[in-house]
Write a protein that binds this ligand. Structure first.
Ligand SMILES: Cc1ncc(COP(=O)(O)O)c(C=O)c1O
Length: 400
């Protein structure tokens, strides 16, 4: 019989009842170091006093009003995001897929209203993940995720990342824009080369295309800059972000330059929940922490500390870990052993992680992670490597 909760996930048999900092506690009293952070979402960890009290106080005042009225919390959040980024204007929604869906619409609409209604196609990249709605699935272009869901939404062309010849060859008179994750998360922490991002910017300017960035996972401080594209020195025309933006409260955002944003006139796009007082209060509380002087430098320093731990792990356990890559606190451990075995072993040692494509263990701890917790994670992964080794030796013996 089908469970009451639809079986769309392969869930680990763990149920958490509370968290504190980077630690989660199960209903049966076990504790885990959370290097998954709800898939790069619990940016301030668990039970962060500033976030919790902001949400509690706002909930007691007013949780939701419609976008038919002014929402001061949203106005404040938009002003802060605009002041801290390339953007001139922000639209708030509820998830990453919804932000990307809106970004796609904005790119098409800005072309249409700018005199090019024929420009509807968007160039995307192999290995991308943009979400689970019909258009974002088409932008993702992964056959596994599209299977059984009928006609694929038209208008997305896929090329390999970091290959400018392929991008230029894919540009046609119908191309409206280019959409890229500066750091691909789901497919295994694959970084777009900063030079490639600069060349994309040049090509967009040359052909009158809009450059869209999907910073749903890599944005909001995750890489040690507020937005990952900042590392390349260029800016997009429009960008989506979500996940960590409100520390685990569901929220997404689209940030855009005026030339894109001005075409979203009343009635052209909308959402019931997007940017409501509670969500925006949560996001403002997260920004208080992320934009505090020194915080992003601290994210970079924690990333560097973890990088040292992973150098050691790769040297000591080459049969388990092949290499590591990433930026800030968005890290992929390329495994030699099957990643499922490594993830299970880590969980047995008390460390939560997320897998990614290409046999990669994804480590995306809260941005507030302490030095001590980084070292503990390194120790847990050493023990996990030994456990995985033993597991594989036992499995090989059984086969023999
Ligand atoms: C880069 C990227 N874009 C979009 C999404 C979709 O976001 P959501 O699951 O909030 O719809 C994700 C989710 O993992 C993501 O990593």
């Amino acid at each position: 019989m089908i469970p009451a909760l639809m079986p769309t996930y392969n869930r680990a048999d763990l149920a958490f009842e509370r968290g504190e900092g980077a630690w989660l506690y199960t209903v049966d009293g076990r504790r885990f170091l959370d290097f998954g952070a709800g898939i790069a979402t619990s940016s301030l960890g668990h039970n962060n006093p500033h976030l919790v009290s902001a949400i509690a106080q706002q909930a007691a005042r007013v949780i939701h009003v419609s976008n038919l009225y002014r929402i001061p919390q949203a106005e404040k959040l938009a002003q802060r995001l605009v002041a801290a980024s390339f953007a001139d204007s922000a639209f708030f929604c509820n998830s990453g897929a919804e932000a990307n869906e809106g970004m796609i619409k904005m790119i098409r609409r800005a072309q249409a209203k700018g005199g090019h209604p024929e420009r509807v196609r968007i160039i995307c990249f192999n290995g991308a993940f943009h979400g689970r709605t019909l258009a974002t699935l088409a932008a993702t272009g992964n056959a596994k995720y599209l299977d059984g869901f009928g006609p694929v939404v038209e208008g997305f062309d896929h090329v390999p990342m970091n290959n400018m010849n392929a991008v230029r060859a894919a540009i046609t008179a119908e191309t409206a824009g280019i959409m890229i994750e500066p750091v691909q998360g789901e497919s295994g922490i694959n970084l777009a080369d900063p030079r490639f991002l600069r060349e994309l910017r040049t090509a967009c300017d040359e052909y009158g295309l809009f450059l869209g960035m999907d910073e749903v996972q890599c944005g909001m401080g995750r890489t040690g800059k507020l937005f990952a594209h900042e590392w390349s020195g260029i800016a997009p025309d429009v960008m989506s972000t979500a996940k960590g933006i409100a520390g685990g409260f569901p929220m997404g955002a689209i940030l855009a330059v005026e030339n894109v944003a001005r075409h979203l006139t009343p009635g052209s796009h909308g959402t019931t929940f997007g940017g409501n007082p509670l969500a925006c209060t949560a996001a403002n509380a997260v920004l208080d922490v992320i934009l505090a002087p020194g915080f992003l430098e601290q994210v970079q320093a924690r990333g560097a500390l973890l990088s040292k731990e992973f150098d050691r792990l790769v040297a000591e356990y080459p049969d388990i870990f092949a290499s590591h890559r990433g930026i800030g606190l968005m890290i992929g451990l390329q495994c030699t052993a099957p990643v499922g075995v490594v993830q299970d072993a880590a969980m047995h040692e008390g460390l939560l992680s997320v897998t990614a494509g290409g046999n990669v263990l994804r480590l995306v701890p809260p941005l507030t992670i302490t030095e001590a917790d980084c070292r503990t994670a390194g120790e847990m992964l050493s023990r996990a490597a030994q456990r995985a080794r033993a597991h594989m030796a036992a499995a090989a013996e059984t086969v023999a």
